[in-house]
Design a protein. Structure first.
Lengths: 249, 489, 169
């Protein structure tokens, strides 16, 4: 029983030392993917140390609390890996080192608590912590490799019927207003193409019920079941344009 | 390795009935939700799209949680017969399920969450019609369900490792590779139901880790909207978890076959080398088959799609060659009496094969072009869940009730239940299949023709299923209240 | 590939499965045999059954390799940029008949499905419309007429109403 624990403590010490590296080097500029992969490497050591230290006599019943700790520790580690570009801790080397020590502690706990709960479970829960970090490296805080410029996406969609960048020169004779376009794409589904109401209420003579400012406020903060389009889908200018259009119905 | 003392049967049974009763109660409630949605699609009454999608989200997560909880309860009891299990852990996992379900209900009923249970990022955040807190309640609720599941998996894995001497013992590696020596040493491989429990625990831990990874990422994104998430990555992990979670329900319920059918037929179901090999295959295929959910994501590497297709095809072989075939052999000329228990266990095999065949057709890439996200998808998994997993669960419940009471149901009750559950069920799933083949998309609050017409037929079928299940529930309560039989089973 | 044929195949498999399973379960059920004599024959048949399913599975897999929808988009093909957004499609009005066409499909917000339906109402082709990614769907239209487009991935409250269309001439 003693030797694994000594080896485990040595591994843990190494992991903590590695975790403290940011203290020596100062802020390290790394892509998020590589940073997560380094976290995964830290977790391998920490979880291994946890498993080695956690070994116990299998004949006594363990407290159920161990299994809960073992399952929650990987989640806490992942929360600490909050994508670095936005991380509060990332700003200072000390904070960064603190974050790493936290990750090591969580990895250790995952292995230790799992092994304390039942022999062999520590490998699974420690592995879970490592797997989470590995998986996180490919998408958590990582922008897709082939990102599409927003402008290319946003523009053609405002003009139903245009085939992307090819036909931009050919505009139809009676170009509807920006507000009408937004209405047609986002509102007509429920309120009808002429505001007559379908699944949503009629917007005919809405101006007698709400003035422009009230309409804008409603679109920006609607009550369910009306979808909230602002600010995720529509900009403030879009909202103003569509509200103006609704006032003409 | 010295095995721990065996749990008292009474404790194991109490855990099992708590889990099964909870699962079946949720199942019945979600059945009503399902009927209300199908009737609305038929035009019998109107559910506004916002409410429809909230109900659809509830129906999806509710049904899966119901199936999982019922299956985990059965397996927990069956494992507890082989080795010591701490009931406190089972109730702890149960508390996580209950808390998760409570969060989900809060996010739906006052919150109107409606991004469906397998939400694809950036959906729960962009263009929503529900408040932000409802998204948070949903994410936390599903994470709690996953945690409950993983706690169960951890407990069962630990117990099996101790009982059978490590992973190699649990998976019967020596039994397969050194069969002669194994027999000479008078060792026994684990009984068949233990493989169901082990594969659930191992695949459950892998899938749960993937699910929690994307779940935590979404919770972080909910707290901090500046965090970037790769949508393709999120989609992969969501389906890895979702597919495995849904698929495993069948492999949990199959334990009812391994233990229940031998009771009915008075024959034995032993572990054999082909059976172990089948479970090894299942262990792998359940995890990697999920790529078939991303056939229409052309940016995903083509090789992964081919892996998904091959795994989906090969996953069928352990089912039809070993498990279903073996179960049919077990019944064949056994002199088994048809009771509700044996009838459900046996006919569940049909739902499994038919639903599985539809799944294999859909996982064939050239067919998937026409069937992807049409009603064919709900067609196959409703066959598989309603006429497979639910029947195995009910069969297992009735085998236990009939044994305990030393009595079974009359022919009239059997016919009524059978007509409702199979006749109604066939009508119900055919509505989905025909609409799917006709290209009607799934998840449409208002369907294009011939959707509404077929939805009407399907609703009639679903109501017949409900009637059949009410007869079944009445019988279950009647049998449960009979005094315990004096005759030893 | 027509989904009518798939439905037919499915019904045939389903009927065979039901008949075989019900028959084997009920056939001379009261006329009992010892388990050993059932399994002795059963395990011999199982060997052939395993061989058959393995051959079918692998043959089916190899066959599908020549019917994959993932052709590499050709540079010289006409490209049309398709943008899906809650809850509409930015689409070309007219698409030519009989020449290879590539739809470059993406999304401005959440995941959508770009499902093209033939004038007679069957699914013609589909691909996912994902934010941050462009999926290239290469097709050749051989029948003229009005093709409608439906969203085939759940995208929000008006998912069912998210439609579009174009003419093929």
């Amino acid at each position: 029983m003693r030797r694994p624990r000594v080896v485990g403590l040595v591994v843990l010490g190494v992991a903590v030392l590695v975790a403290g590296l940011p203290l020596l080097r100062g802020p390290i500029e790394l892509p998020v993917t590589q940073h997560h992969l380094l976290h995964a490497a830290l977790l391998v050591g920490a979880a291994l140390a946890g498993v080695l230290c956690g070994r116990r006599d299998a004949l006594r019943r363990a407290s159920p609390a161990w299994i809960v700790l073992a399952m929650i520790a990987p989640i806490l580690a992942m929360l600490l890996m909050w994508p670095s570009a936005y991380s509060f801790f990332e700003q200072h080397p000390a904070g960064h080192a603190f974050e790493h020590v936290g990750i090591v502690a969580c990895g250790f706990l995952a292995g230790f608590a799992g092994e304390r709960f039942a022999a062999g479970v520590g490998w699974a829960t420690g592995g879970s912590a490592v797997l989470m970090a590995l998986l996180a490296a490919f998408g958590f805080g990582v922008a897709p490799p082939t990102a599409v410029p927003i402008a290319a996406v946003a523009e053609p969609s405002l003009q139903p019927g245009a085939s992307g960048r090819r036909n931009t020169g050919a505009s139809s004779p009676a170009q509807p207003s920006h507000g009408a376009m937004i209405y047609a794409t986002n509102c007509a589904v429920c309120h009808g193409t002429a505001g007559e109401g379908v699944s949503g209420p009629s917007l005919k003579d809405e101006r007698t019920r709400k003035n422009l400012r009230q309409t804008i406020e409603w679109i920006e903060n609607p009550a369910p079941p009306m979808p909230k389009f602002y600010p995720a889908v529509l900009t403030a200018a879009d909202v103003r344009a569509v509200a103006t259009y609704v006032q003409t119905l | 390795m010295k095995p721990l003392s065996v749990t008292l049967p009474a404790i194991g049974l109490r855990v099992m009935w708590t889990y099964i009763a909870t699962g079946l109660a949720i199942f019945l409630l979600m059945l009503l939700v399902g009927i209300s949605m199908r009737g609305s699609q038929a035009g019998w009454w109107t559910i506004e799209p916002g409410t429809f999608y909230s109900l659809l989200s509830l129906h999806g997560i509710g049904m899966l949680t119901a199936m999982v909880v019922a299956g985990l309860g059965t397996l927990w009891y069956l494992v507890s017969r082989e080795t010591g299990l701490d009931a406190r852990v089972a109730y702890l996992a149960y508390a996580f399920f209950v808390a998760g379900v409570a969060c989900v209900i809060v996010s739906i009923v006052p919150g109107h969450y409606g991004a469906l249970w397998s939400m694809l990022y950036p959906l729960p955040f962009t263009g929503t019609y529900w408040p932000t807190w409802a998204t948070g309640a949903w994410l936390v609720g599903t994470a709690l369900v996953m945690l409950g599941f993983m706690i169960w998996c951890g407990q069962i894995l630990g117990a099996l490792l101790a009982r059978y001497g490590g992973l190699g013992g649990v998976l019967a590696v020596d039994y397969v590779l050194h069969n002669r020596a194994f027999a000479k040493l008078d060792h026994e491989p684990p009984p068949p139901q233990i493989f169901a429990a082990a594969i659930t625990a191992i695949d459950g831990l892998i899938a749960g880790t993937a699910g929690l990874t994307v779940g935590v990422a979404l919770i972080v994104r909910w707290l901090d909207p500046t965090v970037a998430i790769d949508p393709l990555w999120a989609k992969n992990l969501t389906y890895l978890f979702g597919h495995t979670f849904a698929n495993l329900t069948m492999y949990m319920a199959v334990a009812g076959i391994y233990v229940g059918l031998p009771i009915c037929t008075r024959r034995a179901y032993h572990t054999s080398v082909p059976l172990v090999l089948a479970w090894w295959g299942t262990l792998l295929f359940v995890i990697i088959a999920y790529f078939h959910h991303l056939y229409m994501d052309f940016v995903q590497a083509e090789s992964l799609k081919l892996v998904g297709e091959l795994a989906s095809f090969l996953a069928a072989i352990p089912v039809v060659v070993i498990t279903v075939y073996g179960a049919v052999l077990l019944v064949h000329r056994s002199g088994m009496r048809w009771t509700l228990g044996s009838m459900f266990l046996f006919t569940g095999l049909i739902g499994w094969v038919v639903g599985g065949a539809a799944a294999v057709l859909d996982s064939t890439i050239p067919f998937n072009v026409d069937l992807h996200n049409t009603l064919w998808v709900p067609a196959h998994f409703h066959t598989y869940l309603l006429e497979g997993v639910v029947l195995f669960t009910l069969g297992w419940v009735f085998v236990n009730l009939e044994q305990r009471a030393g009595a079974s149901s009359g022919a009239l009750i059997r016919w009524l239940a059978g007509l409702g559950v199979f006749g109604g069920g066939a009508l119900f799933v055919l509505g989905f299949y025909i609409a799917g083949a006709a290209g009607v998309p799934r998840r449409y609050a208002v369907e294009p023709p011939p959707g509404p017409y077929l939805a009407g037929i399907a609703t009639v079928g679903a109501i017949l299923v409900l009637v059949g299940l009410l007869v079944v529930a009445y019988e279950a309560l009647r049998l449960a209240r009979l005094p315990r039989s004096e005759v030893a089973p | 590939m027509s989904s009518g044929a798939v439905f037919g195949v499915f019904i045939v498999i389903a009927v065979i499965a039901i008949v075989v399973i019900v028959f084997l379960g009920n056939y001379r059920l009261r006329d009992t045999l010892p388990q050993a004599s059932v399994t002795a024959r059963g395990y011999v048949i199982r060997r052939y059954w395993l061989g058959l399913t393995l051959v079918v599975a692998i043959a089916a897999f190899i066959t599908t390799l020549s019917y994959l929808p993932y052709s590499q988009p050709r540079i010289q093909a006409r490209h049309y940029f398709v943008v899906a957004r809650q809850f509409s499609f930015g689409l070309p009005k007219v698409v030519p008949l009989g020449t290879p066409i590539v739809f470059d499909v993406t999304s401005a917000d959440v995941n959508h499905g770009f499902g093209i339906y033939t004038p007679s109402g069957n699914v013609f082709a589909q691909v996912q419309a994902m934010p941050d990614y462009v999926n290239h769907l290469q097709v050749v239209f051989t029948v003229a007429g009005h093709y409608s487009v439906r969203c085939l991935e759940y995208c929000g409250i008006a998912h069912a109403a998210m439609q579009g269309g174009f003419e093929v001439r």
